[in-house]
Design a protein around this ligand. Sequence first.
Ligand SMILES: [Cu+2]
Length: 335
Amino acid sequence: MRLLGSEGRAHKGGAFPTIASSGTCTNPPRRLEWRQLSKLQKRSYIDAVLCLTRKKAKSGITGALNRFDDHQAVHNSQTPNIHWVGHFILWHRYFVATYEKALREECGYTSGQPYWDWSLDAEPQNLTSTKAFHSAIFNPHDGFGGNGNFVAPTPEKNPLNITGGTGGGCVTNGPFAPPRFMLNFPNHDCLRRDFIPRIMNSFADPKLVQKVLAQKDYTSFARAIENIPSFDEPNIHGSGHFGVGGVLGTIGNAANSPGDPLFFLHHGNLDRILWAWQQKDLKTRLNQVGGPIAPFDYGGKNVTLDFEVNIGNLAGNATLKSLLDTQGGTLCYTY
Ligand SMILES: [Cu+2]
């Protein structure tokens, strides 16, 4: 049942037009878990990602040379405003959907953005287990490649003194190993990963996912998915970021994490969790947002349905209302 009517809103001023959510959505691509893809589908997804690196940038952000860099640069530029806020999960929903659209419209990809359900891989009862890192997603032949070489972090690079890193250097195999795949933003560098089994196994615990799904309203859902910025308490958002990125890995860097193509499968899964939570009471949850406008400002001003997010030059501004429905027109995909 589709519950959103036409919701076109005129945009008053500002650099970017607001997309009216009255747009249509026919034949939404279905997003699948990485393991559900055939070998051929996996190949076509990875080829499309590599294709983005060969298309000219349009973000206008210094250092972004190609369409892959664009997404990383926009996330970087917005980092101070999009985490530990009420719109965290919806901003990232829009961001992943825009990337999916680029893959489909500019690089000939014909399916939905895949996601990585890390809770299928975590072993919360055995924190030293490396099972997750042998998951199909890290396969060097038809996945994203594996860990980086081991590099011991200097104290300056590890101010929180996070232990247990097993990589930190350049990814050594798979389609995103140098020199085939290089980052340009913020500096020319290889893709780095730094697997930390303890974080992966505890943060991707299926019980934590259940806890997030059990939240009663959007505000508490949004807060539960990020929890607190601490390594003493697990949070599912941190699983892909710090389980895979650790201290020195690209996806573990708060601002530049979309430089690891895996980012979009990690956030795809968080988005699927939001979507699954919404399905439990769709009528209410297509019309409910909350949480602070400013990071951690839990007693302050909250976002509303009319609150607008932007992703720079990559797409028009969008209201949170228009981002609640994955098939409302601003967005067009399903799970
Ligand atoms: Cu982010």
